[in-house]
Design a protein around this ligand. Structure first.
Ligand code: PLP
Length: 452
């Protein structure tokens, strides 16, 4: 699709509609000339060049890529109107679009009757999940795995709830034997599980924790910010992912997913879903100023944020209209990244200079340069990161691991230092499927040069 043409169409349509209310002379104090604008804009465009090529398959570092052009067009058109999805008074059309997009997310996660809404981020979505957890289980602690996103401990701190980290197993998943010990010892009201850790894409065994819940009766909040869209390919197929944990989402109390990660959206789009719609009662508030046009609940009455742009809702709705969150729609995009991760793992198994840290569960692959000891692994990783980020082949990210973690995965590295950084990459773009061979060659080349 030709984004330039559709962006122009959006400007024409919205400004034409606005003119229909009668011409408004812009106030001279806010008027900017094209000549002045050109100078400032060129300066901005120049400054924006100080970044990394997130769009390119050679960039495999963080969970970043430009949004789908459909999301950009939807966002841009809506931003020209600037609706506020706090209340129907602020954004009637985008409130409806948000409800429809959230219903599709809920269906994707197997929670078709959930109460939910978009948020500006996964962090805020998780804060809401834990806020409801606290209100439902006052006085109890919240457990999360030691590899859970750092924001859970901080969100618990903000909420004044004690949080307890649970050690992880050999694959970076919550160790369920350790969880059981904890449940026998302490009053744990809520267990936070992660479907796709940010570091390794490890998926906690949600299905097995459902069994533990039958005996201990805690709440389950799932942080699927990173991995939620993998529900679309959770079919145990050779190029899919394990179905059991994703099928179990249907029985969890709350789930968070970030459309701004694998959902092709620009930043500013997270979501939280609650199985029990009556949790809306915890959000009740009296605002004398905002609600006016409807007796129906407004999105602002079931969310912690007040003003929130309607543009992300429109962008997500338009993307889903074209690439629906179904196995045959967006699922195909996820599957290409998954195939790239599996293919790379095969290539790494034959590499004399690199090895896969562990088998990837999703599309995140951690890799270490072959080296005799911890400090050399760290030095080579650091050199490869810097050389890659200077444009020397591939843009990667880092992950700190311990000697014990390396040993548990069968990497016999001499422990001359307690920890080392290794390389971490995310194959977030479907284009990686056809580029991974070239990326692997480039990264092998970096590793050879790092070894001198
Ligand atoms: C990214 C991420 C978060 C935080 O989400 P933001 O949208 O960055 O605020 C939380 N949990 C996991 C597992 C994540 O990957």
């Amino acid at each position: 699709m030709d984004l330039r043409a559709w962006a122009g169409r959006a400007v024409d349509e919205i400004s034409g509609w606005q003119r229909g209310f009668g011409e408004v002379e812009p106030h001279p104090d806010a008027v900017v000339s094209d000549a002045d604008f050109a100078v400032a804009f060129e300066e901005l465009l120049g400054r924006l060049r100080d970044t990394y090529p997130f769009h390119h398959p050679r960039y495999l570092g963080q969970l970043i890529k430009p949004p789908h052009p459909a999301a950009v067009a939807g966002y841009l058109a809506t931003m020209l109107l600037n609706p506020n999805n706090h209340a129907l008074d602020g954004g009637p059309s985008t409130t409806a679009l948000e409800r429809e997009a959230v219903a599709r997310l809920a269906a994707m996660l197997g929670m078709p009757d959930a109460l939910g809404h978009l948020t500006t981020s996964g962090t805020v979505a998780n804060l809401e999940g834990l806020f409801v957890a606290r209100e439902t289980r006052p006085g109890s602690a919240i457990a999360h795995s030691a590899h859970a996103h750092y924001s859970h401990a901080r969100n618990c701190h903000l909420l004044g709830v004690r949080s307890v980290p649970v050690p992880v197993d050999r694959l970076g998943r919550m160790d369920l034997a350790e969880l059981e010990v904890l449940l026998g010892r302490e009053d744990i009201g809520t267990v936070v599980l992660t479907a796709g850790t940010t570091s390794l894409g490890a998926v906690d065994q949600i299905d097995e924790v459902l069994e533990l819940r039958r005996r201990h009766g805690f709440r389950i909040h799932v942080d699927a910010a990173c991995g939620g869209f993998f529900a679309l390919i959770a079919d145990d197929a050779p190029d899919g992912v394990a179905s059991a944990p994703f099928r179990a989402l249907a029985e969890c109390d709350s789930v968070v997913v970030d459309p701004h990660k694998h959902g092709l959206q620009p930043y500013g789009c997270g979501a939280v879903l609650f199985a029990d719609r009556s949790v809306a009662r915890f959000y009740r508030h009296d605002s004398p100023a905002t609600y006016y046009t409807s007796a129906e609940p407004h999105l602002g009455e079931i969310s912690l944020e007040c003003s929130r742009s309607g543009a992300p809702a429109a962008a997500l709705w338009l993307t889903f209209r074209l690439l629906p969150p179904t196995p045959d729609g967006l699922g195909r995009v996820l599957r290409a990244g998954r195939r790239a991760a599996l293919r790379w793992t095969e290539l790494l198994a034959e590499s004399p200079v690199l090895s896969a840290y562990q088998r990837p569960e999703l599309d995140i692959v951690a890799v270490l340069p072959e080296a005799p000891d911890m400090s050399t692994v760290d030095q080579r990783t650091t050199w490869m990161l810097h050389e890659g980020m200077r444009g020397g082949g591939a843009y990667l990210a880092a992950l700190e691991v311990s000697a014990a973690e390396l040993r548990a995965r069968g990497h016999p590295v001499r422990e001359d230092a307690p920890g080392a950084r290794i390389l971490r990459s995310v194959l977030l773009k479907p284009e990686h499927e056809h580029w991974i061979g070239r990326c692997h060659d480039e990264i092998e080349d970096l590793a050879r040069r790092a070894a001198g």
